[in-house]
Design a protein around this ligand. Structure first.
Ligand code: ADP
Ligand code: TRP
Length: 321
């Protein structure tokens, strides 16, 4: 089964991204033919500082390799390295009714938030459709906000196939229902756009400073404390299992410790959890040439899959003359 997903390189990775998405992708490598790319053309809709976009692209590649994306198991590349995606984007545009794009939630939400409505924001789902259809994706794991984009890709592909024959694979979305929403330091969903994130790769002292800001209930030190709705506990449980989790629950129930103690414990378990990943990250950060080589050979692998599909499309549409 061919599983494909893209990630926008638009900011620092946070623990919500890791537990909500990256960890699943790393798991999927064991059983599926996984395709993963850094959506740098898409990121241009929000990052329009050239130096920053190229920096974020390399940072994202470095982080993903450190966190377990394995180029021997997955095809891992940068979107702009397989330019045929832009050709397909244009071709698909002719099969995309304007109404479909104008009704897209993500477009409506972004423009409602005051983001300027330019063409790339509107046509974002068409490029996303090209991302999936160019590589014959069968399953596309996404967050709930992206389901509609996969549905748009399906609509476009069905229209195309009705005209030109069974050329494009119709993708299906997969939403991870059992993945919980990771809370941010203010208790809302953790998100780059809410300024409430805990980074995966941060400096130890800074991490502790951020963790100390987590909003908690005001309960006297000696009193027993609720753990189920505590933001500190809900983050800590991502990193703990079995007896260690039970032990933390007992510390809440026993009283005698304040939330400050639990925060220090959270900072410690988190630091320990990402230790090996941090070491791998240091390696890749010091060997950016190797990261570039991995991306280049990933792009070659991705192109080799795309080209037979591109050829069929060019022939069927008459672009090949
Ligand atoms: P952000 O909200 O920070 O901009 P993205 O929209 O780029 O994050 O999300 C990238 C991936 O991480 C998506 O698959 C999304 O479902 C997942 N994700 C983001 N925030 C969380 C969270 N707080 N809890 C669980 N998963 C999350
Ligand atoms: N739009 C997706 C997001 O913001 C990223 C993305 C781009 C993507 N192209 C894709 C995801 C193709 C899945 C398939 O999360």
């Amino acid at each position: 089964m061919r599983v494909l997903s893209g990630i926008q390189a638009s900011g620092d990775l946070h623990i919500g991204n890791y537990f909500g998405s990256i960890k699943q992708m790393v798991e999927a490598q064991k059983t599926s033919d996984t395709f993963m790319f850094i959506a740098n053309y898409h990121a241009m809709t929000s990052v329009q500082d050239g130096k920053r976009l190229s920096y974020l692209t390399m940072q994202c590649a470095t982080d993903f390799l450190a966190l377990g994306i394995d180029p021997n198991k997955s095809t891992f590349w940068v979107q702009s390295d397989v330019k045929e995606v832009l050709e397909l984007y244009w071709i698909l545009s002719s099969f995309t009714p304007m109404g479909l794009l104008e009704r897209a939630h993500s477009y409506k939400d972004k423009t409602a938030k005051g983001i300027a409505s330019n063409h790339s924001l509107l046509s974002y789902p068409v490029l996303m459709a090209a991302d999936m259809l160019l590589f014959g994706a069968e399953v596309v794991p996404v967050g709930k906000d992206q389901i509609q984009h996969v549905e748009i890709a399906r609509d476009i592909a069905i229209k195309f196939n009705n005209l030109y024959g069974d050329i494009l694979t119709i993708p299906e979305f997969r939403v991870q229902e059992d993945v919980q929403t990771v809370p941010g330091i203010d208790g809302q969903k953790m998100s780059k756009s809410y300024g409430n994130i805990v980074n995966v790769f941060g400096e130890e002292k800074k991490q502790l400073k951020v963790i100390k800001k987590i909003v908690t209930e005001n309960v006297a030190m000696e009193e027993p404390k609720e753990f189920a709705n505590c933001n500190v506990y809900n983050m800590a449980k991502l990193f703990l299992e079995g007896d260690n989790l039970k032990a933390l629950q007992n510390r809440y129930k026993a009283g005698g410790e304040g939330h400050g103690h639990f925060k220090i414990y959270l900072a410690e378990v988190m630091w320990e959890y990402f230790k090996d990943f941090r070491e791998k990250r240091e390696y890749f950060a010091a060997n950016q040439g190797e990261v570039r080589e991995i991306l280049a050979s990933g792009a070659d692998k991705a192109r080799a899959i795309a080209m037979p599909i591109v050829e069929k499309i060019r022939t069927a549409t008459g672009i090949r003359y």
